[in-house]
Design a protein around this ligand. Sequence first.
Ligand code: GUN
Length: 288
Amino acid sequence: MNLLDGKKCAESLVAEIARKVAGYTESGLRTPHMTIILVGEHAPSESYVKSKIATSGLAGFESTLLRFPETIRESELLAKIKEVNEDPTTDGLIVQLPLPKHINQQHVINAIAPEKDIDGFHPANFGRMTLGQKAFRPATAYGICKLLQFYEVPVKAKHCVVIGRSNIVGKPISIMLSNDFDIGNATVTLTHIETPRELLLDETRRADIVIVAVGIPGFVTADMVKDGVVLIDVGINRLESGKIVGDVDFENVAQKCSWITPVPGGVGRMTVAALMINTLMAYQNNFN
Ligand code: GUN
């Protein structure tokens, strides 16, 4: 069993970005700048945002955190997004999800300027990505691709099973791995909550690569996978004890895997690294 070490891979990608940024700023260009909007006080969001800001510093970016109370009206939030869209010194904008229930998430995502949408959630980016055109790719899915690439794990012509059809992970990773991308050309099955258990097991037991993003601790057990499987665990679940675990019963599954991501230190780190890649791309697009 080999670990797909997201921390190591992310550090290497961020260091490469920092070298490029140093080159730009030494030649007199301004520093890349990422803005994050955080609404309310959702504990996991606080922790993700902290990590995004810390990593952006390591990448050599400037960052701004705009905090708003849980009670902000949707119209006020949309007006703030418009301000950031129109601010020429911000290259990338993240609106941290989830948002309070009274705010329509899709209205908010649609309001982000596609050229600043470093999360890749805007329909224009999602559509371009799906069509195989240049686009910001959703960061978790892109991070998974970068991790597989870093460790030279073969993807082309492999049978990949994705568990979970969320717009931010399951759907984009299944599209990206099926597309004719540098990390792609796999045969992908997308399974979800309505997939009958027997069908799910038929699929996962013959999969070369399993990607799980369901948010249920221990969802993938050893009897569900074949020997030599590559396992990508997107889950970040906090147990009552405070321990952070993924969606995989790691202790029992890891021994069957050729490669597996740890939690923490796997996909989570790669999501943040991919956001930095997208921010650099947004910045570079200003000069092209
Ligand atoms: N909440 C959980 N994951 C994400 C993400 O990748 N981007 C944003 N904006 N919010 C999230």
